[in-house]
Design a protein around this ligand. Structure first.
Ligand code: NAD
Length: 399
């Protein structure tokens, strides 16, 4: 069972803006890119939407399996709910997550594995998966650098007031003062990341040439050599990081320990006029507290591409709050990233069907407990509460 986002409204693309993708051999820490035995798609094509099918159909059907692909994922009348009874594997992407709650897992007696084609498995109730012995795997590193690029874009667009200035142009205006009354240089600012894993560390490295002062908070300390190389200040609490930073970027997974870590109380730690960038998960933040902090001026700006739930209802306050630079969840699903996570998903499936071990770095849950990256980066429990709200988007679109 594969849940993917809808095709473009103009139909599945017949041609693309570019003809090729750069060829990458390894990720920055030496980890190899996915190594499936085969590939039945062209690199750089749209794979994450329904017609793209993650390039999996030929492979799966040649092995005698049935592949069901749908974008209908929310509500009791969804195709996902209808098919769950027969599903052995459920695949989805965080951009358009199949919320695998305890209730859904209970409706899927044959379910053995849940695969995230991407990174971040918080849309699965990890506790329920552990209790049932279901494997949860994701394609670690496939889009970490993609997201880091998006973070950098969002920091710069917020600090330099890019979006309102762009809108001046579109609207035929030329009021320079309107554009620059909220525009600053990043140079010299204090920038901090909550988490310095694959994305957070990449963000720190990309920021280094801007001559900013770099800070991080992570439950795992980086090697001393890296701290020295990037001249990092390590913090052991959000309070200590937020008090000194002009820009804070969130790059940790969503799990019970991090859910709503940014809320009305913790926002008081931030410097007035700080920018908050969140491309990690919407639920790391209290939705209404963010909107209020922008209204009051406690935050100068908020940008990111993650929401809760997804898709966000039309009346989600982050669509209309002041000084935001939100995109729908896109940072990890560039065409470049899709090629990597389609390959990675196929690698995971080949391992599963051939009874070979899945790479440790792809594992979140296995054998009833957190495993691999899951053991390093998550805490046990469930962070899917409230995900049924996603059905409201569909109801609105139908009306
Ligand atoms: P990673 O596993 O390499 O890094 C996660 C880091 O978070 C680890 O260093 C871990 O120690 C740290 N961490 C976990 N809990 C923490 C806590 N309570 N306090 C401080 N640090 C904590 O993962 P990654 O590749 O860097 O991805 C991180 C997250 O970013 C993913 O889990 C996902 O939620 C999100 N993500 C978003 C997109 C997107 O398209 N927007 C794409 C990829 C990943």
């Amino acid at each position: 069972m594969c849940v993917l986002y809808d095709d473009p409204v103009t139909g599945y693309p017949t041609h693309y803006a570019r003809d090729d993708l750069p060829r990458l051999e390894r990720y920055p820490d030496g980890q190899t890119l996915p190594t499936p035995k085969g590939r039945d798609f062209q690199a750089g094509t749209l794979l994450g939407s329904v017609t793209g099918e993650l390039g999996l159909r030929t492979y799966l059907e040649s092995q005698g399996h049935t592949l069901v692909v749908t974008s209908s994922k929310d509500g009791a009348d969804s195709a996902l709910d209808r098919e769950l009874h027969d599903a052995e594997i459920v695949i989805s992407q965080p951009f358009w997550p199949a919320y695998m709650t305890a209730e859904r897992i209970a409706k899927a007696p044959k379910l053995k594995m849940i695969v995230t084609a991407g990174i971040g498995s918080d849309h699965t109730d990890l506790q329920a998966a552990m209790d049932r012995g279901i494997t949860v795997a994701e394609v670690t590193y496939c889009n970490s650098n993609s997201v880091a690029e998006h973070v950098l874009m969002m920091i710069l667009s917020q600090v330099r007031n890019y979006i309102p200035s762009y809108n001046q142009v579109i609207q035929g205006g030329w009021n320079i003062a309107d554009c620059v009354a909220r525009s600053y240089d990043l140079e010299g600012m204090n920038v901090g990341t909550v988490a310095a894993g694959r994305i957070g560390l990449r963000v720190l490295r990309l920021l280094k040439p801007f001559d900013v002062k770099l800070h991080y908070l992570d439950r795992h300390r980086l090697p001393e050599a890296v701290e020295k190389e990037l001249n990092l200040t390590h913090h052991t609490s959000l309070e200590s990081l937020a008090k000194v930073c002009d820009v804070v970027t969130l790059n940790c997974p969503l799990h019970p320990e991090t859910e709503h870590m940014i809320n009305a109380d913790t926002l008081k730690y931030f410097k007035r006029g700080a920018y908050l960038i969140n491309t990690a998960r919407g639920k790391l933040c209290d939705r209404d507290a963010i909107a209020q902090a922008l209204e009051s001026g406690q935050l100068a700006g908020y940008a990111g591409d993650v929401w809760f739930p997804q898709p966000a209802p039309a009346d989600h306050p982050w669509r209309s709050m002041p000084h935001h630079g939100m995109t729908p969840h896109i940072s990890g699903t560039s065409l470049s990233a899709q090629t990597r996570y389609a390959d990675g998903t196929r690698e995971i499936l080949e391992c599963y069907f051939e009874n070979r071990p899945i790479r440790d770095e792809y594992l979140i849950v296995q054998g009833g407990s957190l495993a691999g990256v899951g053991a390093h980066s998550y805490s046990a429990g469930n962070a899917t509460g409230g995900s049924e709200e996603a059905a409201r988007f569909k109801a609105k679109a139908k009306a």
